[in-house]
Design a protein around this ligand. Structure first.
Ligand code: DGJ
Length: 747
């Protein structure tokens, strides 16, 4: 891992043996991009990588003496608009009332061991300085009186570069930022598929793929959350790349609010990628001496297809994003009472659920919505973070003790950012809600949003939550957020500051997370936003797991979890077994298939254990035991997607331990096939070719290469006449196979 600097040529080359990222100072002092991709050997001069050509007459060039130097034809690092580049820029900044085209020219560089943190923002980090090296490039615009710092970090042994930008107003005049992206990248051509994740509530993160074309294509959110609808993730996949081979570039925005991920393919087929806070509605005032720091952009390069890209994200997030205290910890198997009771519970019911679940081996009881204020449905009480004595007459601390006496840990649901118009808090502080009082305020799920851009409101919520954590010895918090932001307006911001609202709001959310997680590092946070409406790397920095979706139907979960795995590690995905008919789809799937799907995540239950049959209880005991046995493998292993639910009736995936001595394979078939093929095998990936593996369920022994070329034979399917030998059949079938290396065995 190294940063080579060709001082005389002013060229910078970040490399770690897996990837290279190369850029230079151009003759006009701006930064030009030269290369990003598979590692290149360093050389004394990379100037030849700057391709330039005389642009056509309709274009402009900026050097009279060099007709071939036009910003329109060179690739750049952090472009501006206004002189001769007519594509969308990385930054738009003005000195109020003065016409000026930004001219950030190179000033100096700095190399730092390790990786500095970003003030107030979530970002990847290293525990040891030797795990990353950072290059900071300082640029200056004299007229604006502004310094711009572009920061690049390369990680040891990971095909990852992270970027961000920071501007400092050093002048005497106020500046206004209308756009400031975390990163801009000019790829040399447009021969890519644009891959991203899209959906809505209860079908989050479906995989979408389309050919990159001339013009602008983008995904975004202007909802005040990263959203159910578009995840802050995109990948550029070469046409010949597959799941496991070929070149893929992946990008993520480490941020939980409005974002834009855009690709502009120009008339010379250059693909300009822009990733950052959405410029729509964004306007930031920068007074003298102030800085504005963008969120981080993670860039991953894979020469092993989409799956290689996913593994790079997974490894980065497991080692360098989730809170370090949760990295190697086994997450508890939990039971959540939401679908078991909704708002209708009392202390006895909860304690009975907990003790019944405890007998099944479940380790954590989570009391969901409805324990506070007077909340018997979703029309009231958000903000009133005191116990509802009508439901829980002995109080929360007493409930917590009773739950703990069943052998379970105790966890609680909060929706810290919200306020119900029908709440004591609202009656006392109507001005704490986002929006202009006296003007229409749109309700979402009957609630308004608290103005988290205001410090005193964040502090108030902190006091309430901290008090409850202390009083109950909470082990876990589910932090929900059930609506997006409308009428975005803060009474505490001046009219010319309202463009700062969304960013200030999320900084408030991060500040509360930061305060709570540092004071209570033993509390496990699970983020949630009406299911997976804020499943993003920003949240993972504080909460190592996220509720993947409110949709717990096993068939739907195949798609949701498969899509989510493109960017996020299995252990970040809250995945639970719920009752049937499923509450979101009314579909009934076998209990084992629900568990077989949920195993590939952080496992739990979302049902009433008191209404289970004896047979179901026995099955669940075995499931819980099974998960406990393999959760370390699921947490630390390499994940491989084998068959896509978006392409057919079957899904398959597997996790292989780092040392390749064990693996867990999940296979799922939605609809039964009448009298189907006899030879049905899943070709595995990631095993050691020469190791002998036992497939524990069948006792069969196979070399890794056979399992990866011939495949793992599936049990015989029912075909109408083979009842004596058939081992599976019917709709919604699934199998999970555990494979273990038998050391020193020859077969
Ligand atoms: C939405 C969440 O996704 C659910 O799991 C549940 O916590 C409800 N909110 C409670 O209101």
């Amino acid at each position: 891992m190294q940063i080579h600097i060709n001082e005389d040529k002013q060229q910078f080359h970040l490399t770690n043996g897996h990837i290279s990222y190369i850029f230079h100072v151009m003759k006009n002092g701006q930064l030009g991009h030269l290369y990003y991709g598979k590692a290149l050997r360093h050389r004394e001069d990379f100037s030849h990588l700057q391709v330039y050509d005389v642009p056509t007459a309709a274009s402009c060039h900026i050097y009279a003496g060099d007709p071939a130097f036009s910003l329109e034809t060179v690739r750049q690092e952090y472009p501006v608009y206004g002189n001769s580049d007519f594509r969308e820029p990385a930054i738009v900044v003005e000195r109020l009332g003065v016409s000026h085209i930004p001219q950030f020219t190179y000033e100096s560089y700095r190399v730092l061991e390790g990786k500095p943190s970003l003030d107030g923002l979530p970002a990847t980090y290293v525990d040891r300085a030797e795990d990353a090296v950072t290059l900071q490039i300082m640029l200056r615009d004299e007229f604006l009186g502004a310094q711009l710092t572009l920061q690049y970090t390369i990680f040891r042994d990971k095909p990852v570069i992270t970027r961000n930008a920071c501007i400092l107003n050093e002048g005497t005049q106020p500046l206004v930022l209308d756009r400031m992206m975390g990163a801009s990248l000019d790829l040399p051509d447009k021969d890519f598929m644009f891959v991203h994740l899209a959906g809505t509530w209860s079908r989050e993160r479906y995989v979408k793929e389309r050919k990159l074309e001339t013009g602008i294509q983008s995904i975004s959110s202007i909802r005040g959350a990263s959203s159910h609808h578009h995840n802050p993730f995109m990948a550029m996949k070469r046409f010949d790349a597959t799941e496991h081979t070929g070149e893929v570039y992946g990008f993520q925005h480490v941020y939980s609010s409005n974002f834009l991920m855009q690709v502009e393919v120009d008339h010379y087929d250059v693909a300009r990628l822009s990733v950052g806070i959405h410029p729509f509605g964004f306007r930031w005032n920068l007074k003298n001496g102030e800085t504005f720091q963008t969120p981080e952009v993670v860039m991953v390069y894979s020469s092993a297809g989409l799956n290689g890209m996913s593994q790079a994200f997974h490894n980065l997030y497991r080692d360098h994003l989730i809170p370090s205290q949760w990295r190697k910890v086994e997450r508890p198997v939990l039971i959540n009472n939401w679908e078991a009771t909704y708002f209708n519970f009392d202390e006895d019911k909860l304690v009975n659920i907990a003790s019944s679940a405890s007998e099944l081996g479940i380790e954590l009881f989570v009391l969901d919505d409805g324990w506070f204020g007077k909340r018997n449905d979703d029309t009231s009480s958000l903000g009133d973070w005191f116990v509802d004595y009508a439901k829980l007459p002995n109080g929360l601390a007493s409930l917590a003790e009773k739950i703990k006496s069943t052998g379970m840990k105790f966890g609680l649901w909060f929706e810290p950012e919200m306020i119900s118009p029908n709440s004591e808090l609202y009656r006392e502080h109507p001005d704490w809600a986002v929006g202009l009082q006296g003007q229409p305020q749109t309700l979402g799920r009957n609630q308004l949003v608290l103005d988290f851009s205001r410090q005193e409101i964040v502090d108030y919520v902190y006091e309430k939550m901290a008090g409850i954590i202390r009083a109950t010895g909470l082990a876990y918090i589910k932090w929900d957020m059930n609506r997006n932001i409308t009428e975005a307006f803060s009474t505490k911001l001046a009219s010319n500051e309202q463009g700062e609202f969304f960013h200030r709001y999320i900084l408030g959310v991060y500040a509360l997370y930061e305060k709570l997680t540092s004071e209570f590092p033993h509390v496990l946070f699970e983020s949630c936003a009406g299911g997976g409406g804020r499943f993003d790397p920003g949240m993972l920095y504080y909460a190592p797991q996220a509720w993947t979706s409110d949709d717990t139907d096993a068939v739907e979960r195949l798609k949701i979890q498969y899509g989510t795995s493109l960017a996020y590690p299995l252990y970040s995905m809250g995945s639970h077994v719920s009752a049937v008919p499923n509450h979101q789809t009314l579909r009934s799937t076998p209990l084992q298939t629900r568990a077989n799907t949920a195993y590939f995540g952080t496992f739990g239950y979302e049902l009433d254990p008191l209404s289970l049959s004896d047979e179901e209880r026995e099955a669940i005991k075995i499931q819980v035991e099974f998960y406990k046995q393999y959760r370390e493998l699921i947490r630390d292993g390499d994940f491989y997607r084998l068959r896509s639910p978006f392409e057919g009736n079957e899904t398959a995936w597997m996790v292989v331990s780092r040392d390749k001595t064990e693996a867990l394979v999940g296979w799922y078939k939605v609809l039964a096939t009448p009298n189907g093929a006899k030879q049905q095998a899943i070709r595995l990936i990631g095993l050691d070719e020469s190791m002998v593996y036992e497939v524990v369920s069948s006792g069969g022994h196979y070399y890794g290469d056979e399992l990866m070329t011939v495949g793992l034979q599936l049990p015989t399917e029912f075909n109408g006449v083979n009842a004596q030998v058939a081992k599976r059949g019917g709709d919604f079938q699934s199998e999970v196979f555990y494979l273990k290396n038998i050391a020193n065995k020859k077969i």
